[in-house]
Design a protein around this ligand. Sequence first.
Ligand code: ASP
Length: 345
Amino acid sequence: MKNMMHNKVSRLSSFIAICILFLLVTGNGLFAEKPYAVVIHGGAGNIAKESLSPEQIEEYNMKLAEALNAAEEILKTGGTSLDAVEAATRILEDSPLFNAGKGAVFNIDGKNELDASIMCGLTNNAGAVAGITTVRNPITAARMVMENSAHVLLTGKGAETFAYEHGLDIVDPGYFFDQRRWNQYREFIRNNVNRSRSDFDMKDDNIKMGTVGAVALDIHGNIAAATSTGGMVGKRYGRIGDSPIIGAGTYARNDACGVSATGHGEYFIRNLVAYDIAARMLYNGQTLQDAAYHNIMEKLVDQGANGGIIAIDKDANVVMEFNTTAMFRGFVKSTGEKGVWIFEE
Ligand code: ASP
């Protein structure tokens, strides 16, 4: 009797062991790994391939890879999409290669004014800062606004005081200086010397490169998006672009997608590009790819506006759409797919 019992129990445990093994091997069902994905951008623009040396391309690719790796490290150990997008964005902000944080473009008065925003697709909460000049990592200030204030968007001195009071890294405005950006600014001034201020050529293709952004889906199914920028070279003092405007340059909701944009901000604001992509998915049943294509390749192109977006939907589909010749970009997925790119493929 005892023996029969023993046999039954051991048969049952072998059966359970085989089931577990099957589930683990096939990757389906109970023990399936939840997918994660992160996509980043470092700005879109019309740049000729020949204008970047192989060394410069390597430098950009390595910085993009560094930001992706930092985000992936967080995601694969069960961290949140918010932590992942903030970490990736901070790395790009700290690099003078991109138009965000250190290395931001100069406004018409030769100053750096920074904008950033972040959104959590789980809670619908968002935070943003605009026109700040002394906070080393604007994206962290944006997150601080989201998590530690009753507001969504703080600007200028008010945002800086808030960041200071919350212990963020405050720097001298000179910290953001980059010689390459200064030369770009001087060239902008030269090209516009005969124009009145209201008539500045803000559509010059080379003037808006390097805004940064990140979108991530974590293993808990939560999506987050972040964007940070110095705006457009030669912008008027006080001009705020799309990057800190929730729904224009940044948007996230778990039941649709997360989006971070780059390009001619005024058009992204008028068209509420990031929100429109999510809305098309929700109310029109469009795929992320179709919704992004419509906005970037049809609507913006019809209006004569340059730019692109990166996005992830709730099923970990990644989209990187741009209507320029280049967009610094890359993604990593839990499936092992990964890469960084600059020009059209
Ligand atoms: N969208 C940014 C702005 O208009 C610029 C950029 O993406 O390069 O401020």
